[in-house]
Design a protein around this ligand. Structure first.
Ligand SMILES: [Zn+2]
Length: 145
């Protein structure tokens, strides 16, 4: 086993999709829950899967993605009500990653995005005994497929 590097506030975290499968939870349903009313009207059911072309703003590559990701990244996630001071911290962290298309974010970046708590408390939540919403350190990812 590779040595485990202790995560700090500069360690990127992301959502591990496999965790949802292993824990019998449906990621698409949770994404659906995060949609705003307008988008929910567009997608009457979380079971309905639609693929859309999306241009990556950083690489300009065209990718086929689940339409829910596009909604969350380009629409709902940009709205002020997506994450509010009343949003529980674990939910706010999860939503920030959804709006970022699950590109990894460090506790420091998460703190800036959600505008509450502080990087160290966010790190503590992420490193808690119970994995919340499948959020795990993104480092070393892709090496063990
Ligand atoms: Zn929306």
């Amino acid at each position: 086993m590779a040595p485990i590097v202790r995560p700090d506030i500069h360690t990127p975290f992301h959502i591990d999709f496999g965790w949802f499968e292993q824990n019998g939870r449906d990621l698409r349903e949770e994404m659906y829950d995060a949609l705003c009313e307008e988008c929910r009207a567009l997608y009457p059911s979380p079971a309905e899967k639609r693929l859309v072309d999306r241009v990556d703003p950083e690489t300009a590559q065209v990718m086929r993605v689940d339409a829910l990701w596009e909604c969350l990244a380009d629409h709902c996630g940009q709205k002020p009500g997506f994450i509010t001071p009343a949003t529980p911290l674990t939910t706010a962290i999860f939503r920030a990653l959804l709006a970022n298309e699950n590109r990894p974010l460090t506790p420091e970046q998460l703190h800036r995005r959600i505008g509450k708590s502080n990087p160290n408390s966010i790190l503590r939540v992420l490193m808690g005994a119970q994995i919340e919403n499948g959020i795990v350190p993104a480092e070393g990812d892709g090496k063990q497929v």
